[in-house]
Design a protein around this ligand. Structure first.
Ligand code: AMP
Ligand code: ZN
Length: 106
């Protein structure tokens, strides 16, 4: 399977991780749309957050904890946490991921 985020999480594409947990990694979005724009991505492949939630709630909980940790470390406390799900909602990479964005990075 040709999945860019699988290549990043597996280390095939060298990437500077902002933070890592048991089941997820966090790295800066290549094309940031806010002053802080970090992606939080499960190490294992799931198509989107719906599939992730149904198949592996413990991985979702771990990913959410990492996202909140990154938001706490990298923003002044105001942030957005979002999952685009489906092409018409703007999903362009079909490996589940959370966007952590903030207009007020720390
Ligand atoms: P989405 O549109 O919700 O699927 O989000 C995919 C995000 O991945 C976009 O914000 C892209 O800018 C970002 N992205 C795509 N390729 C890379 C990459 N190689 N490294 C970091 N971010 C990427
Ligand atoms: Zn993948």
């Amino acid at each position: 399977m040709d999945c860019i985020f699988c290549k990043i999480t597996s280390g095939q594409i060298p990437t500077n991780f902002v933070a890592v947990s048991e089941h997820a990694v966090a790295f800066n979005d290549i094309s940031p749309r806010q002053p802080l724009h970090v992606l939080v991505v499960p190490k294992k492949h799931f198509t989107d957050v719906s599939e992730l939630t149904k198949a592996a709630p413990e991985i979702l909980a771990d990913l959410m904890a990492l996202a909140v940790q990154v938001a706490g470390d990298k923003s002044e406390g105001s942030f957005r946490l979002s999952f685009n799900t489906g092409e018409k909602a703007g999903q362009s990479v079909f490996h589940a991921h959370a966007h952590v964005t903030s207009v007020e990075p720390r």
